[in-house]
Design a protein around this ligand. Structure first.
Ligand code: PMV
Length: 315
């Protein structure tokens, strides 16, 4: 049997970084996907192939000794093999149209799709088990992960997420559309999260005030989403961008992209860790952004929020 799972990437509409410190964040699943195809094989190895390379790893290898780019997938395979007392190995093929290291949830979507696909080789699994396994897998390379990215990839749509309370789905009737502009500066989430922790330690009062401001902003943004008030959502995004600038995760390139794109959209901000990665700008589906898209030196993606999260198939 071949098991195939598909999981969406994400954008963070509000609250990145603050979510790591206990605040709420609002995330949305986008129509860009990681697809993972797995099969049981007759050797005792775990075979991994992706655009980052290929590996054949003995299944009793220590997870820590596995190269970082393969580690989450090896971890998932090993956990599922142990749980099922399986005496052979698994092949894992990872394909994705989500840009890597850009803040669009590529690694989480790959972990979710891998967990769903590998669990499905053995037994029926539920979303809860898939989510827990994918978060643990992501933690093998990024210990401070809030779990928000994997959660939205599993469940789809728009979610409100808080580390202590988990997630709830936000029901909005209208489609939300975004233009993503990729600064093509690859960022390292763990490095930027560490940098924000340092900022928090050195400026605890400022940081705590920003956390409260962000909370108020999210309440306002949620109301405007429910009312499909794109103008207010856009203004909230621009305000959130200012908070991200204050905690030091923006840079000159991100700032200049934001200033340019907000002239022709409802509002724009960093999505994800920042210090590179992508800017998201809120648009209307029929907004003609072709002049910007055709003349900017950056890669752009027009995306909409996807109601469906991860899906699994057998062939
Ligand atoms: O840039 P990404 O996709 O890795 O997003 C990270 C979001 C953070 O809030 C900075 C970290 C987290 O785990 O939530």
């Amino acid at each position: 049997m071949t098991s195939i799972a598909k999981a969406p990437g994400k954008i963070i509409l509000f609250g990145e970084h603050f979510v790591v410190h206990g605040n709420r964040a609002i995330l949305g699943a986008i129509d860009k996907y990681a697809t993972v195809t797995t099969e049981k094989i007759n050797t005792e190895n775990i075979l991994i192939s992706s655009s980052l390379g290929q590996a054949s790893i003995q299944k009793d290898q220590d997870v820590d000794k596995v190269e970082k780019k393969f580690r989450p997938f090896f971890y998932i395979a090993k956990q599922v093999i142990l749980k099922n007392n399986f005496d052979k190995g698994i092949s894992i093929k990872i394909e994705s149209d989500i840009p890597i290291g850009a803040g669009l949830g590529s690694s989480s979507a790959c972990c979710v799709a891998a967990a769903a696909s590998i669990l499905n080789l053995f037994d029926k699994s539920d979303k809860k088990e898939i989510l827990e396994l994918s978060i643990q897998a992501e933690k093998t390379i990024f210990t401070n992960s809030s779990g928000a990215d994997c959660t939205v990839s599993v469940h789809g749509g728009i979610i409100e997420y808080q580390k202590e309370k988990g997630f709830s789905k936000i029901d909005i009737e209208n489609e939300l559309n975004f233009l993503i502009i990729d600064s093509e500066q690859v960022h390292a989430t763990d490095k930027v999260v560490e940098q924000v922790k340092k900022f928090k330690d050195e400026n605890s009062n400022v940081f705590s005030e920003l956390c409260s401001e962000e909370e108020r902003l999210i309440t306002k943004a949620l109301d405007s989403m429910k009312n499909n008030d794109l103008e207010t959502i856009g203004k909230c995004m621009a305000q959130n961008q200012m908070y991200l600038e204050q905690i030091g995760v923006s840079n000159d390139t991100l700032l200049s992209i934001t200033k340019e794109i907000e002239k022709i959209t409802f509002g724009a901000k960093i999505t994800g860790a920042g210090d590179g990665g992508c800017i998201i700008a809120l648009t209307e589906k029929d907004n003609d952004l072709s002049e910007y898209v055709n003349t900017t030196k950056y890669q752009t993606h027009q995306v909409s929020i996807q109601k469906t999260g991860m899906q699994v198939f057998n062939t």
